[in-house]
Design a protein around this ligand. Structure first.
Ligand SMILES: CC(C)(COP(=O)(O)OP(=O)(O)OC[C@H]1O[C@@H](n2cnc3c(N)ncnc32)[C@H](O)[C@@H]1OP(=O)(O)O)[C@@H](O)C(=O)NCCC(=O)NCCS
Length: 305
C-alpha cells in the first residue's frame, strides 16, 4: 500500500514533469510556464494556504509525486472559488481512495474560507462521484448561432443564488486581457475570439451577458464575413439558450479544433454548496489552448483593451 501524504505543491517543475509523464506528453500546462502560472497562480490564490503560490494539492510518497488535484482560484461564484482543473493519480493506485482524499482536502480548504468548489467540463462518468459528495450538477449545452433557423424559446432572466458573486472586472482582466496565448475581443459586453483552424473559421463566444441578442448578431455578421467561403460557426456554452437565433449544436460538429474533433455538445457543471447560475465558454479551464493550438495564428487582433 502506497503511503500518501497530501500537501500543496510548491515545485512547479515537479508538477510539470508529472503532467508530462502521466497525463499527456506535451500538455500545455507541462510545456508552457506562463499557462501554468495563469491557471494555478491567479491573483486570488491565498498564499497563507498555498505557500508555493499554486492552488494545486499534491499526493506524495516521500519526495515523489504520486498524484495531484489542481484548481483555478477565481472570485466567483464566491469570493474564494476553487474551479477544479486536472485530477490524476498514478494508474496503479487508481480506485484505492487516494483521488477521493485529494478531493476531500480541496473541499475542506474551500469550506474553511466560506468559499466554493466545483468545475465546468466534467464528463458523465464523473457525475456519480460528485453527486455522492454533495455537489449540485447540471448539464451545459453548446449552442451555435444559426440565423434564419427556428431557435429554442427564449428563457426568462437568470436569478442568482443568494450567496453568489459575479465575476469582477479584475477577473476579466486576468482571464481575458492578460491571457498568455489567446487574444480576445470585447463588444457590448460579449467577449469572444475568432480563430482559423483546420476545420474552418470559428468564433468562440467566451462570455455573453444576458440580453446580448443584438450584439451577438452583429458580431456574427462581422466575423462570418472573414471566413471567405470557408466553413464558419459561432458557438457558446450555456445552460439556457443564449438568445434569439441560437440552436443546440449538433453532436457531430467539432467541439475541439486542434485537431478538429467532435467530443459532444453536452458537458456538466458541478458545484457546492450551490451551482453557479450561469456558465460560459471561458469558465474553468475551458477555451484553453492545447500544445498544438499555441502555434496556430489567432485571427483576433491584439489591442482590444
Ligand atoms: C479520477 C482519479 C484521480 C480518481 O482517483 P482514485 O484514487 O482512482 O479515486 P478513488 O479511489 O478515491 O475513488 C473516488 C471515486 O471515483 C470513482 N472512480 C474511480 N475510478 C473511476 C473510474 N475510472 N470511472 C468512474 N469512477 C471512478 C470511485 O468509485 C469513487 O467513487 P465512490 O466515492 O462512489 O466510491 C483517478 O481515477 C485518475 O487518475 N483517473 C485518470 C485521470 C482522470 O480521468 N481524471 C479525471 C478527469 S480530470
Amino acid at each position: 500500500m502506497m503511503a500518501g501524504e497530501i500537501r500543496p505543491v510548491d515545485d512547479a517543475k515537479q508538477l510539470q514533469q508529472y503532467i508530462n509523464t502521466y497525463w499527456r506528453r506535451g500538455h500545455v500546462l507541462a510545456t508552457d510556464d506562463a499557462m501554468l502560472r495563469f491557471t494555478y497562480s491567479t491573483p486570488w490564490v491565498d498564499r497563507s494556504v498555498w505557500p508555493g503560490g499554486m492552488s494545486v494539492l499534491g499526493l506524495f510518497d516521500g519526495g515523489r509525486m504520486t498524484g495531484f488535484l489542481g484548481s483555478i482560484v477565481a472570485p466567483y461564484p464566491r469570493p474564494q472559488s476553487y474551479w477544479l482543473a486536472l485530477w490524476h493519480v498514478l494508474p496503479e493506485t487508481k480506485g484505492t481512495g487516494l483521488g477521493g482524499k485529494l478531493l476531500a482536502k480541496m473541499q475542506s480548504i474551500a469550506e474553511q474560507c466560506d468559499g466554493w468548489i466545483g468545475t465546468f467540463g466534467a464528463g458523465p462518468e464523473a457525475l456519480p462521484v460528485y453527486l455522492k459528495r454533495g455537489y449540485c450538477v447540471r448539464a451545459g449545452r453548446r449552442w451555435i448561432f444559426s440565423p434564419g433557423e427556428k431557435s429554442s424559446p427564449k428563457t426568462i432572466a437568470t436569478r442568482l443564488h443568494t450567496a453568489e458573486t459575479l465575476a469582477s472586472a479584475a477577473w476579466f482582466e486576468h482571464r481575458y486581457w492578460k491571457h498568455p496565448v489567446y487574444s480576445y475581443q470585447k463588444q457590448d459586453g460579449v467577449v469572444f475570439r475568432t480563430e482559423e483552424n483546420e476545420w474552418g473559421v470559428v468564433t468562440h463566444v467566451c462570455h455573453q451577458p444576458e440580453g446580448a441578442d443584438m450584439a451577438l448578431a452583429r458580431i456574427h455578421a462581422a466575423e462570418s464575413g472573414k471566413a471567405n467561403g470557408r466553413r464558419y460557426i459561432m458557438d457558446a456554452w450555456a445552460f439556457e439558450c443564449p438568445g434569439l437565433g441560437w440552436t443546440p449544436a449538433p453532436e457531430d460538429l467539432p467541439s475541439v479544433f486542434h485537431p478538429p474533433e467532435a467530443r459532444g455538445s453536452t458537458i456538466y457543471a458541478v458545484g457546492r454548496p450551490f451551482l453557479m447560475s450561469r456558465i460560459h465558454k471561458g469558465d474553468c479551464d475551458q477555451d484553453r489552448p492545447n500544445g498544438v493550438a499555441a502555434s496556430v495564428p489567432d485571427m483576433a487582433t491584439a489591442g482590444h483593451h
